[in-house]
Design a protein around this ligand. Structure first.
Ligand code: ADP
Ligand code: ADP
Length: 229
């Protein structure tokens, strides 16, 4: 599904590369954790897959095609099939739960009928039925992140990319969120999560990709976070 081939990424004005000769293959339906110290390159990897950044060398292939070569409509299509989830949720404060989730479909041009069908289903799936008319500030952190996940899955993406999704949550909320990602993955969606939640990683026994200084240092099928917490 995704093939990252010998990718290096140098940001302007920074001496060390964020990624260096990094290669990785991800299959449809994979669930993988990206782990490693701050600055190891996890966010950069996520941004390269979404094509928010482009590699300085090497290539990111999606179904065999280099995403750097995507024309405008292919790029829109690419982003449509990826759901992004952020540490700070990035909800629209002026919009209700329902409107936040609906907005994700509006921007990709879904019909009102599609929106009426899909939004309640996504809200129900993340366990927020009854909160449709709440505003983000009326929700707990865990609930806000559930809205973030509903917004990502309502597009029925092939893949979810989550950067520290539980970084602002307590353990119980983190556990529930991870279990939600597992449910989504069970239905066939590829899930990639950059995280420092070592207890979750150790417990869940998913594929673990460990990065250090922009390099892949470990790729294990039923991996653990690693000794350094
Ligand atoms: P992680 O997500 O593992 O913390 P990042 O991908 O955010 O790692 O960062 C990798 C390296 O790239 C770090 O040294 C970071 O400071 C640098 N970096 C990230 N984004 C930028 C940027 N926009 N400009 C310059 N340097 C950056
Ligand atoms: P947590 O203990 O997980 O941080 P909160 O105590 O913030 O959760 O919220 C508990 C419940 O109360 C949640 O269902 C949330 O939606 C609701 N709630 C919190 N603040 C408000 C508010 N200002 N208006 C309406 N409902 C609220």
């Amino acid at each position: 599904m995704i093939e990252i081939k010998e990718v290096s990424k140098h940001y302007n004005g920074s001496h060390a590369p964020a990624l260096a000769g990094f290669s990785l293959q991800v299959e449809q339906g994979d669930f993988l954790f990206l782990v490693g110290p701050s600055g190891a390159g996890k966010s950069t990897l996520i941004k390269l897959i979404f094509r928010e950044q482009t590699p300085s060398a090497g290539a990111v292939l999606f179904d065999g095609k280099s995403i750097a070569d995507f024309k405008q409509n292919e790029l829109l299509n690419h982003r449509r099939r990826i759901g992004m989830v952020f540490q700070d949720y990035r909800l629209l404060k002026q919009k209700t739960v329902y409107e936040n989730v609906a907005f994700a479909l509006e921007v990709i041009g879904s019909s009102p009928k599609e929106i009426r069908q899909k939004v309640p289903a996504a809200i129900e799936k993340v366990g927020l039925k009854g909160k449709e008319n709440s505003f983000p500030t009326e929700l707990s952190g865990g609930e806000q992140q559930r809205v973030g996940i509903a917004r990502a899955i309502v597009k029925e993406p092939l893949m979810i990319l989550a950067d520290e999704p539980t970084g602002n949550l307590d353990r119980e909320n983190a556990r529930q969120l991870m279990s939600l990602f597992e449910d989504i993955n069970r239905e066939g969606t590829t899930v990639i999560i950059a995280t420092h939640a070592w207890d979750m990683v150790d417990q869940m026994q998913k594929r673990v990709i460990a990065l250090e200084n922009g390099r892949l240092v470990r790729d294990e099928q039923r991996g653990s976070y690693g000794r350094e917490h």
